[in-house]
Design a protein. Sequence first.
Length: 497
Amino acid sequence: MTTQRFPLPDVGEGLTEAEIVEWRVAVGDTVTVNQVIVEIESAKSLVELPSPWAGTVTALLAEEGTTVDVGTAIIEITTDAPAGAPSGGAPEAPAAAAGEASGEGSGSVLVGYGTGDGAGGGRRRRRGAAPAAEVEAKRPTSRSGTSTSSARPDVDAPAPAPDPAQAPAPAPAPAGPAIEKPMASVPASSAAGAQSARVLAKPPVRKLAKDLGVDLASVHPTGPGGIVTREDVVAHAEGAAPKALATYPDDDRPWLASGTVSGDGRQTRVPVKSVRKRTAEAMVASAFTAPHVTVFQTVDVTKTMKLVASLKEDRDFADVRVTPLLVAAKAVLLAVNRHPQINASWDEASQEIVYKHYVNLGIAAATPRGLVVPNIKDAHTLDLLGLAKAIATLTSTARAGRTQPADMADGSITITNVGIFGTDTGTPILNPGEAGILAFGAIRKQPWVHKGKIKARWVTQLALSVDHRLVDGELAARYLADVAKVLEDPARGLVWG
């Protein structure tokens, strides 16, 4: 029998931490190799971790809802393999990983690993304090070898009788300032109780204050002669109770569920973690690394809307959701084929431009956990029906929180559909490692000059943000113009495709 501890692995993209979402096993359960034992949230997705061993769960080392560093042991499993022997091909725990140092000489190790030498379990000694043996050794001694005491002068102690056979010795040097005896501390509760006792209030009012957890000393009295009334206590208790903001319905703020409400109810503090933390890190890195420039174009998409209506009646597209975003995605791919320079990334470490001969098309998706940007691998190889199915699968997986880190890696160019929220357009921030992102705005019926006459036409606005290190203004303008041409007349795709 041997006990194994499973450290939290890096599930992709060099992540450093993850949140324990749900344990699928409990202490005492029997598990098999590759059985799912825990669900974690790392990067922008939920990931299920399998057991590397077969055996019995003896301890869960991390609670649900906590964030754990990669390399920290999260579960303990007892196996039938003898100690020191590999069990079920389980990977060895790293010799040094993020975790608590176990003491001098043991290094930075996983929780529960490392030597026990030097690990002090007792209370840490105050700085400057010396062990009793050292204090005794440093005390000045008399000629007879007995240690002299540095006792306070007010302590009654019999003076030693003088020895007439010896010459008077000079008085020993003082061992240091006399140590004052500490004053007895008064418990805070006792002090508060004494202060409340001095407040004028009748016994029933005092009992009410105690039941409501109100300190009478903090209540403003309104009774005759400065006495605290029942109404004063009740008003104070109601005023100190946390209040929800009237603008937020109680059932419409799940983003506050993990937060802490301030005493006056005017603020809620929510820890930054998981998806929101990852998104913030990526956006800050992108905004302050790649020099952004954005170009805009307003487009008549009436023919695109007619195509969408026609495809909805097509038998081949009966099982997929057809929207203008599908046509926009195809337009982005066709434009990349005409301007491959935009399908690139900047390698700062090697000082190289990486031109990609494939298109992994990113689709920004708003989910209950935050914004994620999975991408459709080799989207340039798909026809319109295949692209529609891929978008449907990608968005449904993202909203369920099941997008894997690999699905968000190695993107080429991204579309963010801000129009679904009624927004005309925006200046999107690049997904890290990409050279372009297209914001697809809301489609509205507007007056438009068509064939020399003002007519009501379906119109939208496009905004393309690019990395100016890779994409010059001319290239950005030409690329966006080609996307607009396909949206204006989808039949053009038959010629460019």
